[in-house]
Write a protein that binds this ligand. Sequence first.
Ligand code: NAD
Length: 265
Amino acid sequence: MGTIVITGSAGGIGLATRERLVRDGHEVIGVDIRDAEVIADLSTPEGRNAMIGAVATASGGRIDGLVAGAGITGPDPRQVVSINYFGAVATVEGLRPLLAQGTDSSAIAISSNSSTTLAELPDGLVEACLGDDEGQARELAGADPSTAYATSKLALARWVRRTAIGTDWIGSGIRLNGVAPGLIDTPLVAENLDMIMNLGDVYPIPIGRPGRAAEVANLLAFLLSPDASLFCGSVVFMDGGSDAALNADAWPAVNTTAERWPIGD
Ligand code: NAD
């Protein structure tokens, strides 16, 4: 049993994950703007730094798991990138020293299948995020509000894959992975749930229903556990088939950049 930090712990997926982990016997330190052990606004550098200090105090300097789940869809696209990308990255990076003190430590960032199911996301915003330029990212998001959410989640998934393989992470025994849910019935999407369920070929949902927060919690609990010891830099899609329906041949894709292994030459 360990100490797990969940950001966005008062909302749909975060709350379901909290309940699942507590049932499993873990201690949970919730972070949110409301109803949490640590109240912090992850949209600003000050809020992120305050969160890191408060979690260090609450945990005694050691945690075993992290779910970076705080996220929003609107109404301000600048806030969307600040919370969904920069807040998540600052959380994962800022709590890494505490994870380094834990046992079988595992961190997970919550991305979204909108990262691959929404067409033609802007490369410039992905690059601004990955280049750690929050000012530029906010400006670009403000100029193209309809893609800000999905692009923030695409950048976050890429950041997870780039980062997880480094010496600070798996090289130090800490697993870092991502989860990309599809439509999940939570307060985040309540207003648009029926509309999204009826988008037809634009956004098919082969399973025929929205996901449940508890289903995402099941995957998060697994990825946090030692049973997921070989997972590193994975972004696991769980969306009732939407990404497969829209993108079946996009991944796995032919690798055009790596050198071929010297096998069979
Ligand atoms: P939710 O709105 O139910 O919960 C999100 C939580 O984040 C809330 O408790 C909220 O108070 C908190 N939060 C918002 N702004 C914050 C801030 N500035 N600082 C700290 N906390 C803040 O949403 P959810 O559906 O449970 O989403 C959880 C994560 O899953 C999000 O990152 C979301 O983008 C992602 N996601 C959700 C869906 C879906 O369909 N529901 C699909 C894909 C990905």
